[in-house]
Design a protein around this ligand. Structure first.
Ligand SMILES: NC(=O)c1ccc[n+]([C@@H]2O[C@H](COP(=O)([O-])OP(=O)(O)OC[C@H]3O[C@@H](n4cnc5c(N)ncnc54)[C@H](OP(=O)(O)O)[C@@H]3O)[C@@H](O)[C@H]2O)c1
Length: 238
C-alpha cells in the first residue's frame, strides 16, 4: 500500500507510521523536518518498502504535498495532524482562528478532494480524534469543534462514495509527545488491529471510557434525583 501519514512528526504519528510500515510505501508529512527524519528511520527499521518525507504546513501551502501526491495513488491516509490539539480555548486569540481552521479542516478537505480527483478509488482513512469530541469538554471548544467538523465531512464523503472505508480513533488517554514511546506504540497496535478487523471506530484508553460513561450517566442521575425530590415533596405535603 501507498500510505500518507499526516502529523508523522508527533510520537502518535510516528508510532502509527511504524505500525503500518512493513512492506508499504510511506509518505510522512509535518513541519518539523528533524522529527520527520527520525520517524523515517524508525519506519525503515520496521520494514517500510520506501519512505518519503514531505515538509508542509497545512495552514499555509499544500503545494509540496500536491506535487508528491500526483505521482502515486494513495491507498490509505492516516491523519494524526492537529494544529489545535495542544491549545485550550483560553490560549487561542481571535486572529489565530483562520490558521487553525485551515490546518485542521480546510486543507484536509482540499487534500482529500485532490486525491479523490487523481484516482478512481477513494483512499481509506484513519482519522485520529479525541474522546473530548464525545463529551462536552470545558475549555476545548475550538479543538473539539474542528475535530467534529472534519469527522462529519469524512462521514458525508463516505456516504457519497460507496466502498470508502473510514476508521475514527478516539484517544481517551493523555500521550506525551516526548519520552515514553510505549503508549503511542500500544495505541498504534490497537489501531492496526481495528483497521484489519475493518472496524469503524475505536475508543482507546480506560480513562476515556470512564469519561464517556460518566457523561452519559449524568443525565440519568439528574432525572433520578428529580424523581426522588418530587416523591419526597409529595410525602411531606401529605
Ligand atoms: N497526545 C494526546 O494525549 C492526544 C489525545 C487525544 C487525541 N490526540 C490526537 O492525536 C494526534 C497527535 O497528537 P499529539 O498530541 O501527539 O501531537 P501534537 O503535538 O499535537 O502534534 C500534532 C501533529 O500535527 C502536526 N501539525 C500541527 N500543526 C500542523 C500544521 N500547521 N501543518 C502540518 N502539520 C501540523 C504536527 O507536526 P509538526 O509540528 O511537525 O508540524 C504533529 O505531527 C492529534 O490529532 C491529536 O488531536 C492526542
Amino acid at each position: 500500500m501507498q500510505i500518507l501519514i499526516l502529523g508523522a512528526s508527533s510520537n502518535v504519528g510516528t508510532a502509527l507510521a511504524e505500525a503500518f510500515a512493513s512492506g508499504n510505501t510511506l509518505i510522512l508529512t509535518g513541519r518539523n523536518a528533524v522529527r520527520l527524519e527520525a520517524a523515517a528511520g524508525i519506519c525503515r527499521t520496521a520494514g517500510s518498502a520506501n519512505v518519503k518525507l514531505v515538509t508542509a504546513d497545512l495552514a499555509r501551502d499544500l503545494h509540496p504535498l500536491f506535487e508528491e501526491l500526483q505521482r502515486h495513488p494513495i491507498d490509505l491516509i492516516i491523519d494524526a495532524a492537529s494544529a489545535s490539539s495542544s491549545k485550550r480555548d483560553g490560549e487561542i486569540s481571535a486572529d489565530a482562528f483562520d490558521s487553525l481552521v485551515a490546518a485542521d479542516f480546510l486543507s484536509k478537505v482540499q487534500l482529500l478532494q485532490r486525491i479523490c480527483q487523481n484516482q478512481a478509488a477513494a483512499p481509506a482513512v484513519i482519522f485520529i480524534s479525541t474522546v473530548l469530541t464525545l463529551v462536552k469538554s470545558p475549555g476545548r471548544t475550538v479543538y473539539t469543534a474542528l475535530k467534529g467538523l472534519y469527522e462529519t465531512y469524512l462521514i458525508k464523503l463516505g456516504a457519497a462514495r460507496p466502498g470508502f472505508y473510514l476508521l475514527i480513533v478516539y484517544i481517551g488517554i493523555v500521550i506525551e509527545n516526548k519520552g515514553d514511546y510505549e503508549k503511542p506504540r500500544r495505541l498504534a497496535s490497537a489501531v492496526a488491529k481495528a483497521f484489519l478487523d475493518r472496524r469503524r471506530s475505536l475508543l482507546f484508553g480506560m480513562s476515556g471510557r470512564i469519561y464517556v460513561g460518566l457523561f452519559y450517566v449524568q443525565p440519568m442521575i439528574f432525572n433520578l434525583l428529580t424523581l426522588i425530590q418530587r416523591k419526597v415533596r409529595k410525602l411531606i405535603a401529605n
